[in-house]
Design a protein. Structure first.
Length: 338
C-alpha cells in the first residue's frame, strides 16, 4: 500500500472509529494525495456521514482545505459531505459557516459547489440561525435566485426557507424580494419560497401584505404542494388583517386523489375558513392544524420528498427530462439522482 492509499484509508478508519485527532492528522496527510485519492476518500466519508454523522464532530475545520481545493471534484465532494453532516448534525458544521459562505459568494466558483454550500448553510440555519443569517449571506442567497441553473436556485431557495424556519424574524424584511420569484419555472423554488413566506407569516403575518398578490397567483399553481403552502401563508395574512381584500379561494381538489392533493386541500380549507370568518366547525379544527411554525417545519421535507417521487411518465423530478425505464442512476441533463 502506497502512502497516498494509506492516508485515505486512515482518514476513513479513524473517522469511523471516532478517533478525532487521528482523523485530523490523516486529513492533513490526505491533502498531498493525488486528486483521485482525495476525491475517493471524501466520497467514502460522505457515505459514512449518511450512516454515522455523529462521527464528524470536531472534524469540520480539518475539511475546509478540501472546500478550497484547486480541483473542482474535490471541492464539490467536500460540499456534499458538509450537506450530509449538516442535515443530521448541524452543530458540527457551525465552525465552518464562514468557509461555506465564501464558496456561496464566489462568482467564479462552479455553480454546483455554490448550490451545495448554500444547502449546507440552510441545514445549519434551521437549528442555529444566528450562525448563518448575516445580512451578507442572506443577500447572496436572495440575489442568487436570479441564477439560470435550476439546481442552484433550488438549493438557494431551500436555504432561505430553512433560515425562515429557524428564525422567521430573519426574513421579515425580505418578503417583497422573495415574492418576486414566486413565478420561477421550478416548482421546488416556488415551494421553498412559499414555505419561507408561510414561516414568516406564522410570526409576522402582517408582513405578508407585500406578497399577497404573488401568493394568490400560486393558488392555481400546477403543483399541489406549492398551492398548499401559498394558501397556508395567505391564511395567516387574512387572519391578521380581516379587512384586507380576501383572495379568491379555488375549490380544493379531491383530497383522496393523492398525498399532494390532500396537502393542498387541507390548507385551502383553512384559508377558506379564514376568509369566511368563523368557518364551519370542521374547518375551524383545520385552521388550528396548519399555519404554525412547528407544523410548517414538520411538513417541509416530507412534502419535498413527495414532490421528488418519480412520476408516472418517467420524468426526472428535478428537471423534467424523460428518462428510460432502464438507465443510469443519475439524470443525464441535470446530474440529479433518479
Amino acid at each position: 500500500m502506497n502512502e497516498d492509499s494509506s492516508a485515505a484509508d486512515r482518514v476513513v478508519a479513524a473517522t469511523e472509529d471516532g478517533a478525532t485527532e487521528d482523523a485530523r492528522a490523516a486529513l492533513d496527510a490526505l491533502g498531498a494525495a493525488p486528486t483521485e485519492r482525495r476525491t475517493d476518500a471524501l466520497r467514502e466519508l460522505r457515505a459514512l456521514a449518511d450512516e454515522r454523522p455523529g462521527r464528524f464532530g470536531g472534524l469540520a475545520a480539518a475539511l475546509v482545505p478540501f472546500l478550497t481545493d484547486d480541483e473542482r471534484p474535490v471541492r464539490l465532494t467536500t460540499a456534499k459531505l458538509f450537506v450530509a453532516v449538516a442535515g443530521a448534525e448541524p452543530a458540527a458544521v457551525v465552525p465552518v459557516v464562514e468557509a461555506l459562505a465564501e464558496r456561496l459568494a464566489d462568482d467564479e466558483e462552479f455553480y454546483y459547489v455554490r448550490a451545495r454550500s448554500a444547502e449546507a448553510l440552510g441545514y445549519v440555519a434551521l437549528e442555529h440561525p444566528d450562525a448563518v443569517a448575516s445580512p451578507d449571506v442572506l443577500a447572496d442567497l436572495r440575489i442568487g435566485l436570479a441564477f439560470d441553473e435550476p439546481e442552484v436556485t433550488e438549493k438557494l431557495a431551500k436555504a432561505l426557507a430553512f433560515v425562515a424556519l429557524g428564525d422567521p424574524d430573519r426574513l421579515r424584511h425580505l418578503v417583497g424580494r422573495l415574492a418576486e420569484h414566486l413565478d420561477d419555472d421550478s416548482e421546488f423554488v416556488r415551494y421553498h419560497l412559499c414555505t419561507a413566506l408561510a414561516a414568516v407569516g406564522s410570526t409576522h403575518p402582517a408582513r405578508l401584505g407585500d406578497a399577497s398578490g404573488p401568493l394568490a397567483a400560486r393558488l392555481d399553481d400546477s403543483d399541489p404542494h406549492v398551492r398548499g403552502r401559498a394558501a397556508e401563508a395567505l391564511a395567516s395574512l387574512v387572519a391578521a388583517d380581516p379587512d384586507a381584500s380576501p383572495p379568491a379561494v379555488p375549490e380544493p381538489t379531491d383530497p383522496d386523489a393523492d398525498d399532494g392533493d390532500e396537502f393542498a386541500a387541507r390548507r385551502m380549507r383553512a384559508l377558506a375558513a379564514r376568509v369566511d370568518g368563523e368557518g364551519a366547525a370542521d374547518e375551524a379544527s383545520t385552521v388550528e392544524a396548519v399555519g404554525t411554525l412547528e407544523s410548517i417545519r414538520e411538513t417541509t421535507e416530507p412534502a419535498v420528498e413527495a414532490m421528488r417521487s418519480p412520476d408516472a411518465d418517467g420524468e426526472c423530478p428535478h428537471c423534467g427530462l424523460e428518462l428510460p425505464d432502464q438507465g443510469p442512476p443519475m439524470c443525464p441533463r441535470c446530474g440529479a439522482p433518479r
